[in-house]
Design a protein around this ligand. Structure first.
Ligand code: BGC
Length: 762
């Protein structure tokens, strides 16, 4: 079954999207799928290399800056470009560059090998003067040596001996991409990197750069060689780049290998020394060995993470594609997270949002809890900033996580759809609870989880209040739907805050009973009073969850249902996404949702409402949701499956599964839509298979879309590995490792014993 994503396109517009689709990364760095040889000048391209979290600080300019608006923001920077390799054929003045846009392409295919974790371009090409050759480009960013970007090119002559010149470059003169008309992309492309070091050391190019304000440094050490022993080498500098020129005659298959090691000062002090050390360490490993290590890593990733679908090849390709890119983008060092576009592009300026906790962590938590824990570590590492932000915002207690950030401070300049999304603090708390439910890792709760939950729970006491009728209410926030802002009692926020408060208490109780000494020290560290815990309980018990009795739905907030419904019929297709065509106030004035809000809340905390309200709410909100955000279709898929709309669930799933592969939102060039990619996994596992993690164990409500013959996936649960398969006539759970466990299928309890298989037939 499909392990490859292929393209034969040489079309410039498609190549721009492919820069995102074919990017290479390992959670530490990401290299866009640019062509080694470049594109014709004046062509639209975003040539980019990124280190997760490597940023500069830029001032936010406001016309009117009010109290506690963030003064500056972090911005992910495009760093040193080491991708450049030009291959020239022919003698002196008649040299022609091997390119997709000159000479004759006899055959060309680009392949992403999902099983091997590398990309490849196969080109059969003839120059205008008749030199014919095959060029095979392979590249990957190594999971074994996280600083390594590996390129490996095989040149095979087809015509007689061909004079060849290789020009390999490492270029420090780079900028970010800007688009003034799209708020999802940076509007400024000022130069933020200065070159501080350009050296030729030990047959390698070394380029070091420094950011303007944050003073972070990044460096690349790059070595290039060919297998032809008679080749001659020359290197040249200019003010910003180092070029290595290699001349030889191509008379037999020849290998060109370029290894670039990249590091930054957030992780290391002396970059030159560090990179030389890493380079020396890997020197004994051949390309084949490094590629094998990559394969080994990928094989173990797929062992736990692969999802197979029988009966839809385009879907199989898409789901693996999505999972692969999630892995390539996930920070694994506890200091970084997953940016909205991962490491595939610069959209949303490399910021981390709630996307990680609500859309991406479910997949990692259930298949790779070690990695999930690292992502939770990151949120713990910025807890102090969240505390400070809460003070800045006038709260005496608690922690308010930033809506978008890299280092922990708020980077959102538009507060109605930024800072006001207080729900992010509850989302983060939720992801700690889900991790705990999946792993039973009480140690982690003791060390980090409880603190995060207590601090976020405190926030709700600050921001909410007890109304005279006894209800606990939360005013003046924005829920997930960014087409509605600054409202009272957003259902999503309130129900998630309730969960946050309840679980803060539960975490406290677990620690109190398991490790009273630790509890005492945590309590004094946080200066927590018993009365606060009582207040958590009262607020949770009294939490107001808006409901409209006539419509029998949860209202998105106190006033949402009083507004006029958006004129969908009168809105031309080209006016979507609405955010690019209407002033926010126009949008806020109507019942129109950019994305799932109440429907998402019903997924996350499903036991809060009876079935009929969940169903009627879906029916209602579906009609007024534009899905202008890519975080939406997957939720309507999962919840469609939950309430028995299997066909709808399947249609929404299709929308989500190939969103980037088919460029459905029109902006794949700016980077891949990570949250949606995680949402595709969720649509299968939590949608069609109906997986839920609850306090009393694992739950499934399996269903099979009629378009498929079956699907299967693995999950990790409390140290066990389970294989789940759904077919037309059966649902099977295999316990591949670990001890006996209980699970619920359609609310009926089953026990599966070690090394056994549970088969439920329809
Ligand atoms: C969505 C947010 C999301 C952000 C980053 C916006 O378009 O409305 O919910 O967090 O994109 O993906």
């Amino acid at each position: 079954m499909s392990w490859k994503v292929e393209s034969k396109s040489t079309d410039i517009a498609t190549l721009l999207q492919e820069e995102s689709l074919f990017f290479n990364g390992n959670g530490y760095m990401g290299i866009r799928g640019n062509l080694e040889e470049g594109l014709p000048s004046d062509t639209n391209t975003i040539r980019g290399s990124y280190i997760n979290g490597f940023h500069d600080i830029v001032e936010i300019s406001y016309g009117e800056k009010l109290y506690a608006f963030p003064e500056n923001q972090q911005k992910l920077l495009n760093i040193i470009d080491a991708q450049g390799i030009e291959i020239w054929v022919g003698e002196d003045k008649h040299r022609e560059k091997v390119s997709l846009h000159s000479g004759k392409i006899i055959d060309y295919t680009r392949i992403l090998h999902l099983d091997k974790g590398l990309t490849e371009r196969r080109l059969h090409w003839r120059s205008n003067s008749g030199h014919e050759l095959n060029v095979n480009f392979k590249r990957f960013v190594s999971f074994h040596t996280k600083e390594l970007f590996q390129q490996y090119i095989t040149l095979t002559p087809i015509s007689e001996d061909i004079p060849v010149r290789i020009v390999s470059s490492v270029n420090g003169d780079v900028k970010n991409f800007a688009d003034k008309d799209d708020p999802r992309v940076a509007s400024d492309d000022e130069q933020l990197l200065a070159i501080t070091n350009l050296l030729w050391i030990d047959e390698s190019s070394f380029v070091e750069v420094e950011t303007t304000i944050s003073k972070l440094r990044a460096a690349a050490l790059s070595t290039v060689s060919v297998s032809d022993k008679s080749a001659s080498y020359r290197y040249e500098f200019n003010h910003s780049s180092i070029q290595t020129t290699i001349d030889f005659t191509l008379s037999r298959e020849t290998i060109l290998e370029k290894r670039t090691f990249i590091a930054d000062s957030r992780r290391y002090q002396d970059l030159q020394y560090t990179l030389q050390l890493i380079k020396d360490k890997t020197a004994s490993l051949s390309f084949k060995e490094l590629a094998n290590l990559q394969l080994e890593y990928m094989t173990s990733f797929w062992k736990n993470t692969d999802v197979t679908i029988t009966g839809g090849d385009k879907i199989q390709e898409a789901i693996r594609f999505n999972l692969f890119h999630l892995l390539q983008s996930a920070g694994q060092d506890g200091k970084t997270s997953i940016a909205a576009k991962g490491l595939s592009g610069e959209g949303y300026e490399g910021h981390y949002f709630w996307d990680t906790e609500i859309y991406l962590l479910p997949m990692f938590t259930m298949t790779n809890p070690e990695l999930a824990k690292k992502l939770l570590h990151y949120r713990y590492s910025i807890l102090d900033s969240a505390r400070e932000r809460a003070r800045e915002m006038g709260h005496k207690n608690g922690a308010l996580y930033p809506w978008r950030t890299i280092t922990g401070t708020e980077c959102s300049s538009y507060y109605p759809a930024g800072t006001a999304q207080y729900h992010i603090s509850a989302d983060i708390a939720y992801s700690y609870v889900q991790y705990f439910l999946a792993t039973n890792d009480l140690d982690f709760v003791k060390v980090m989880g409880a603190e995060v939950l207590i601090e976020t729970a405190r926030l709700w006491l600050e921001v909410g209040h007890f109304h005279q009728n006894g209800e606990f209410r939360i005013d003046t926030v924005t829920g997930p739907d960014e087409y509605t802002a600054i409202v009272n009692n957003n259902y999503y926020t309130n129900v998630m805050a309730k969960y946050n408060l309840q679980w803060a208490i539960k975490f406290v109780q677990f620690i109190q009973s398991e490790d009273p000494l630790h509890w005492q020290s945590l309590k004094s560290k946080l200066s927590l009073k018993d009365s606060e815990l009582e207040a958590f309980q009262s607020a949770a018990d009294a939490m107001y969850l808006p409901i409209d009795k006539t419509l029998n739905i949860n209202s998105q907030d106190d006033t949402f249902l009083q507004k006029e419904i958006w004129d969908f019929e009168g809105t031309p297709k080209e006016h979507y996404p609405l955010l690019l065509h209407y002033h926010p106030l126009t949008i806020y004035r109507y019942q129109v949702c950019k994305q799932a809000d109440t429907v998402l809340a019903h997924f996350l905390v499903e036991d809060e409402q009876p079935e009929d309200i969940i169903k009627e709410s879906y029916n209602y909100y579906e009609k007024i949701t534009t899905h202008d955000s890519s975080l939406s279709s997957c939720v309507f898929s999962m919840m469609g499956a939950r309430i028995g709309y299997l066909e709808k669930a399947y249609d929404y799933f299709l929308e989500s599964a190939r969103l980037d592969l088919d460029n459905r939102q029109g902006n794949t060039k700016d980077g891949l839509h990570m949250a949606n990619m995680g949402g595709t996994w969720m649509a299968i596992v939590t949608g069609f298979a109906g997986l839920r993690l609850k306090e009393n164990g694992l739950h499934f409500r399996p269903q099979l879309p009629e378009q498929w013959e079956g699907y299967a996936f693995h999950i990790r649960y409390h140290g066990r590995l389970l294989k789940i398969s759904s077919k037309m006539d059966s649902f099977t759970v295999e316990l591949l490792s670990g001890v006996q466990v209980d699970l619920h299928i359609w609310d009926k309890k089953h026990t599966i014993t070690a090394d056994s298989t549970l088969v439920i037939t329809n």
